[in-house]
Design a protein around this ligand. Structure first.
Ligand code: AMP
Length: 407
């Protein structure tokens, strides 16, 4: 069974085609600079070299058409009609979606309404779904949400202490993001620990360009660091994380910035990039800090400190923690960041195995046998979760159809 996973951004479409018989990736690719000059499609088929096509991609529809055509040309015998389902990454599911869902007209309308909560991200996601409904009408369209996993948070964790009417009026509350990743690594961590997920207290640390932590108690998210948008919580690559909200008013007043410019500053020019004045990439920062760059060192220290503080907060929120799980670009690949974070957590009874920590990009157990709290690395795989959810919903859908035919 073939499942296509699609991630439509404002000017790009990322895709992966899975054979779900053995969960292998047959093809992956990226159409970028859609609607801009210098557009191109890059595709890698299993066992083949990467191929790049420079082409005009006027809009998302042209891009998806080009993707389907190139998939067919890859020599793997893939035809559009063989794609049984398309799993779409959708950033915001609001309070309406606590799990992945099959997209019908009613769901599509709800997704359009939710665009007000994520005006930059949801519209291209919805566009991708509409295009696939037209181009692959036989395939089941499934939406998988970044926010869904966090919908189990209790009100005391997700409400903001603002006048209640703003929650009613604008849905102003914490939603959390990276949910697909947190769900996947929590499940995988439970497998590695050899214990049922519903008996564990985990803190999953998705540390990448965007970073968030999630407190997963007995398999359910009970708190997370990102909020109404992916701007809050940890210090990130270019995002400020938590700051005093009064800073926004001051920037508008003293710097004469418009709200849009402030948003830009907090999202794109802050975080470790803003503090270091150098880069948002941790490889650059680690190198610069080693060479004596103090601002780079400060940026790294602030990032590490913010992770440590939230680990402490979430251990308190769950009444303890069994394991801390690292994932995403930094979490999977930076022994330096992991060591710095974990060295500050010995008070939890956590003992780091320095040698085990010298690993990159694969499952690893980082703590010594006598450690009371475990630390793991689990490479995330959001696309695989989307493909699995799509396959699961397809199986349910087919079963229901068969039952209604028999009845
Ligand atoms: P992601 O958003 O998950 O793709 O993570 C991207 C980030 O991971 C990059 O911006 C880097 O900061 C970080 N990263 C990737 N590889 C390494 C590495 N070997 N050491 C430190 N940081 C890394």
């Amino acid at each position: 069974m073939l499942i296509l996973v699609l991630n439509c951004g404002s000017s790009s479409v990322k895709y992966k085609l899975y054979n779900m018989e053995n969960e292998t990736v047959l093809l992956s690719g990226l159409a970028e600079r859609i609607g801009l000059s210098g557009a191109r499609l890059v595709q890698k088929a299993a066992g083949q070299e990467k191929v790049t096509w420079e082409m005009r991609l006027a809009d998302h529809r042209t891009a998806v058409e080009a993707i389907l055509r190139r998939m067919g040309d890859a020599g793997l015998g893939v035809r559009g009609e063989d794609i049984a389902a398309v799993g779409h990454r959708v950033v915001h599911g609001g309070e309406a979606f606590a799990a992945s869902t099959v997209v019908d007209d009613a769901v599509l309308q709800k997704l359009e309404e939710l665009s007000q909560l994520a005006p930059l991200h949801n519209p291209p996601n919805v566009t991708g779904i509409k295009i696939c409904r037209q181009l692959l009408p036989h395939a089941l369209q499934v939406a998988v949400f970044d926010t869904a996993f966090h919908q189990t948070m209790p009100p005391k964790a997700y409400m903001y202490a603002l006048p209640y009417e703003y929650y009613r009026k604008y849905g102003l509350r914490k939603y959390g993001f990276h949910g697909t990743s947190h769900r996947y690594v929590a499940q995988r961590a439970a497998q590695m620990l050899g214990r049922p997920l519903d008996e564990l207290k985990l803190i999953t640390c998705h540390l990448g360009n965007g970073s968030s932590l999630c407190a997963v108690k007995e398999g359910r998210a009970v708190d997370t660091t990102m909020g109404f948008t992916p701007l809050s919580g940890l210090v990130m690559g270019t995002r400020c994380g938590d700051i005093d909200p009064a800073v926004v008013a001051l920037l508008i007043e003293k710097e004469g910035l418009t709200p849009g410019r402030v948003s830009d500053l907090l999202n794109k020019q802050s975080g470790v990039l803003g503090v270091s004045g150098l880069s948002s990439d941790f490889r650059d920062l680690e190198q610069a800090a080693t060479a004596g760059n103090r601002q780079a060192q400060l940026a790294l220290d602030m990032f590490v400190y913010s992770v440590q503080k939230w680990v402490g907060a979430f251990a308190a929120a769950m009444g303890g923690v069994d394991a801390i799980v690292f994932t995403a670009g930094i979490g999977e690949n930076s022994p330096y960041v992991r060591r710095q974070v974990l060295d500050g957590l010995t008070w939890l009874g956590l003992r780091l195995d320095e040698r085990a920590n010298c690993t990159r990009g694969r499952d690893a157990w980082l703590t010594t046998p006598d450690s009371e709290v475990q630390a793991l690395v689990v490479p995330t795989d959001e696309e695989l979760v989307i493909a699995r959810d799509a396959a699961g919903l397809l199986a349910e859908h087919t079963l229901m159809e068969n039952i209604s035919i028999t009845a």
